[in-house]
Design a protein around this ligand. Sequence first.
Ligand SMILES: [Zn+2]
Length: 300
Amino acid sequence: MPKAELHVHLEGSLRAATLCELDPSLDPADAAARYAACRDFAGFIDAFKWAVSYLRSPVDYALAARALFAELAAQNVQYAEVTLSAGVVLWKQLDFARVYNAVSAEAARAPFPVYFVLDSIRHFGAEQAWQVARLAAERVGDRVVAFGIGGDEARGPAQRFAEVFRFCREQGLRLVPHAGENTDAAAVWAALEIGADRIGHGIRAAEDARLLAALAERGIPLEVCISSNVITGAVPSLADHPVRRIYDAGVPVILNTDDPAMFNTTLVEEYLLAARTFGFTADELQQLAADSLERWAIRR
Ligand SMILES: [Zn+2]
């Protein structure tokens, strides 16, 4: 099925083989073991930080982007919005312009349209978010289509970013915060209140019927990442994942991978999970895939 990948972190897409290309002294078995140890949110953060430590230059980022685009193309992905954690680039004190130019040049060569979401880290505060927002605003004509916030929801409530969101909206950016992944429905309400166009995860909405109705009525999609939620412990088990309830409540759903290397998944695998575990029919999946391209992709 032709489909779009709309929630994938470049840094979370570094397969063991790519890491070994970035650093030939790395043993592939060590890389595999690191990812296999990723069994809860803390383990995921450790694996993410470890993988990111191999992105040391713009050339490294370009290699990562190339590998991700090839992987997506092989799955009949025909459009992607890739999240680049600008917050991490700043934190690593790399030259953001050079890193961005490197990945943007790779995007221009990708076999399908690729755009970027620049992501700030909630618990790094509003000051960093402003920095990322300005970097995003400067690149609206250069493949940046949205601004997001990720990281620790409890330590960085959405309300703190209301002004930044307003600025981004005025600059022509769409707003795609992560929210309601491992906190509660209130975090999803907060994201809606500051103007989210789509919500990363948002699965806690399943705990609040009024919120599900609001998302359905406003047509705000949730970027659902099933494997991610199971591995980070956002849901107690695969069977407990609320994707079917969310969908049946009329809330638009987009299937995504989040961090495919760390969660050992692919976009095709996420569609298969939806079919096998949650009874999504072929017609329903066809519609989700079509919607990902035609309704929810920002630049289509
Ligand atoms: Zn994410």
